[in-house]
Structure formats: structure tokens, C-alpha cells
Design a protein around this ligand. Structure first.
Ligand SMILES: [Zn+2]
Ligand SMILES: [Zn+2]
Length: 192
């Protein structure tokens, strides 16, 4: 593959941040991992209103159900429309996901034919020519070469206490089996 294209980053507005803050935490984590907190739609012959009509009237309910839970939708984004990685959103460009991976995340050009109940029936090769659709974190930071400096952590230096109290004995720790956490992408387990 030739050098991946650097695509422009979306500037999130105050309204966008309000939308993001309304998402359930689990979905927000999913959106961060998938780079769809600040996605940028590709040019389309369909207007946004027409797209919304298709989602409302043509999409099956199980598509809409997942799409509604994410700040800017879920099913509608392809790999090349994804935005900034979670580390760069957190100003940790030294840990940019694609710097760490040494390259972009490449779509395997596969989609699925769905049955009405949401079960995948057959594999669909979307781009038989193999043209790559890639997610290459849109943050303008360099992805190769020397990593950008880690942001300085500001710490308040604690003042020494006049007289330290004697240490208390540590409370006895009762160990128990770890809780079973729901899988991150198990839609059935996601809060409404
Ligand atoms: Zn970055
Ligand atoms: Zn990044």
C-alpha cells in the first residue's frame, strides 16, 4: 500500500461536546476505541437529510438501535471516515494508536448480508478490487520518527507535615472472586 492519506481532523463544537457527553459511558468507550467520537463523513451525493430519511425508513430496527447509542451514530461510519484516536484526543500524541501500530487500521473490505433479526447471513465483498479503506488517526501529529514530548504532569508538591501521626495498622483485606464484567461490545448488555 502506498503512503496513507492524511485526512483533515474535525473540530468539535460545544454542541458536539454536549452530544458526546450524553452518550452512555460504555458507548463512549466504544466510540473512543473505534475513533468515531469525531468522525468526518466522506463526500456523498446524498444530503444529510436524505441520509437521515434512509436511516429512518430503510434501515432495520437493529441497525437503528445501535446507531442511536453512539454520539454520532455507529453503523454509518466506514473505516476511512473515523477521526482521532483516543490517546490523541487525550493530548497523548506520543501514544497515538497508529504510531504504536506503525500504520493505519485497514478495513478488510468485508461487510455482511443481514437477516431481518440482525443475524449475518452471508459475507459481502464490498470492494472486490481491494482498494483499501483505512483509519489513520486524523490528529496532525507525526506518526513516525521521534515521538512528541509527553505532556508535563502538574503536581502540587505536598508540604511536609509538622508532626506525622503514627501509621495505622492496615485493615484486613477480604478477598473475593472478581466480578464478571459485561463484554464491551455485547449489544445485549449495553445500557439503554
Ligand atoms: Zn496526535
Ligand atoms: Zn492518534
Amino acid at each position: 500500500m502506498s503512503a496513507p492519506i492524511r485526512r483533515p481532523q474535525r473540530k468539535l463544537t460545544d454542541e458536539d461536546f454536549e452530544t458526546i457527553n450524553r452518550a452512555a459511558l460504555l458507548n463512549l468507550h466504544g466510540a473512543l476505541i473505534m475513533g468515531i467520537v469525531d468522525p468526518v463523513p466522506n463526500p456523498s451525493p446524498m444530503s444529510e437529510a436524505e441520509g437521515a430519511w434512509v436511516r429512518e425508513h430503510v434501515w432495520p430496527e437493529h441497525f437503528r438501535e445501535i446507531d442511536r447509542k453512539y454520539p454520532f451514530g455507529f453503523q454509518r461510519w466506514s473505516m476511512c471516515e473515523r477521526g482521532t484516536c483516543w490517546n490523541c484526543l487525550n493530548h497523548r500524541c506520543d501514544l497515538c494508536v497508529h504510531r504504536q501500530e506503525g500504520g493505519p487500521a485497514v478495513d478488510d473490505n468485508t461487510d455482511w448480508v443481514w437477516a431481518p433479526g440482525g443475524f449475518a447471513l452471508a459475507r459481502l465483498i464490498v470492494r472486490p478490487g481491494g482498494e483499501p479503506c483505512v483509519w489513520w488517526c486524523r490528529c496532525p501529529c507525526p506518526k513516525t520518527g521521534e515521538a512528541p514530548a509527553k505532556p508535563e504532569r502538574r503536581r502540587t508538591v505536598p508540604q511536609p507535615a509538622q508532626e506525622l501521626p503514627p501509621p495505622r495498622p492496615a485493615p484486613a483485606v477480604t478477598r473475593r472472586a472478581p466480578d464478571t464484567h459485561p463484554a464491551l461490545f455485547d449489544v445485549e448488555l449495553m445500557p439503554q
